[in-house]
Design a binder for this molecule. Structure first.
Ligand SMILES: Cc1cc2nc3c(=O)[nH]c(=O)nc-3n(C[C@H](O)[C@H](O)[C@H](O)COP(=O)(O)OP(=O)(O)OC[C@H]3O[C@@H](n4cnc5c(N)ncnc54)[C@H](O)[C@@H]3O)c2cc1C
Length: 249
């Protein structure tokens, strides 16, 4: 962590930076997680605290990340804090340690597990439609065994992802869903969706690279989803630790 907070009279001074923040370039308020330093000594894990920082506060900057080929519809930026002073009232009173941000992440990750399936379904449906209507040598390509194999693989992964997510949603309603199960759902569904988007892109042939069809757009966007809200690899490590008891981070 590169962001630190230190007490200053009846407020706090924040210094640090964080790359890759969705909507940073225009958000009116940022929630910043910082480690508290006292007399230049950084505290332990419990010292991580959340602060609200309003746009316009001196020392608060949000340069835009340019050149993204993925999630192009949303602005992404960096948050840079240089001696940013916030009042005591801007400190989140109850969140102490990583539990605060992780509680938010857990909700977002579960949402992403479902969102990835939506992207996968759009790609799958577009591919089925195309294969039924694309006639090559007098017959639709949907009548070919290799094409049907691809479509069946795609449908199977979507069905498995949906049943997994529905089961986990029911556990969540009962307050029984663990963070590790959320990792499993996010990791599995995004990985499957990325593969399905690529399969659809291939089945669409040349048309697959056009924005007229959803596959290439979802494929590019899913590359970000693979990385954010816990990278695929980090979820692997979370699950590896849960299964073995050994920390491989
Ligand atoms: C479009 C977009 C929007 C985003 N929005 C937000 C946002 O709103 N808020 C926010 O906080 N973040 C956001 N992120 C950040 C995202 O969470 C990070 O990009 C992600 O955590 C990876 O960090 P990094 O980019 O620094 O990669 P790095 O940490 O440099 O990782 C590079 C690679 O190394 C792997 N790796 C890292 N450590 C290990 C390890 N111990 N063992 C094995 N492999 C490892 C990673 O899995 C990855 O594959 C966003 C990212 C993108 C692309």
């Amino acid at each position: 962590m590169k962001t630190y907070a230190r007490r200053d009279g009846d407020g706090w001074i924040l210094n640090g930076s964080k790359m890759w923040i969705t909507n940073a370039p225009f958000a009116g308020v940022a929630i910043v997680w910082a480690k508290v330093k006292e007399n230049d000594v950084v505290g332990g894990p419990e010292s991580i605290r959340g602060f609200l920082v309003d746009r316009g506060t001196p020392g608060f900057e949000t340069p835009t990340v340019h050149g993204k080929m993925s999630l192009r519809a949303s602005a992404t930026g960096e948050i840079v804090l240089t001696d940013v002073r916030v009042p005591e009232g801007n400190l989140l009173p109850l969140a102490k340690g990583l539990g605060g941000p992780l509680a938010c992440l857990n909700q977002a990750r579960f949402g992403i597990a479902w969102a990835a399936l939506g992207a996968a379904k759009a790609c799958f449906e577009s591919a089925v439609d195309y294969c039924r209507n694309r006639v090559a040598f007098g017959v639709p390509i949907a009548s070919k065994q290799l094409v049907q194999h691809e479509l069946v693989e795609m449908a199977s992964e979507i069905a498995k992802g949906e049943i997994l997510s529905l089961h986990f949603a029911r556990l969540k309603e009962q307050g029984k869903l663990s963070p590790q199960q959320v990792s499993l759902a996010k990791r599995n569904n995004v990985h499957a969706a990325l593969h399905i988007a690529r399969q659809a892109r291939a089945l669409l042939g040349g048309n697959g690279i056009l924005l007229d069809y959803p596959a290439i757009r979802h494929s590019m966007n899913l590359e970000s989803v693979f990385t954010y809200e816990g990278t695929h690899q980090v979820h692997t490590l979370i699950l590896g630790r849960a299964l073995t008891g050994c920390d491989a981070f």
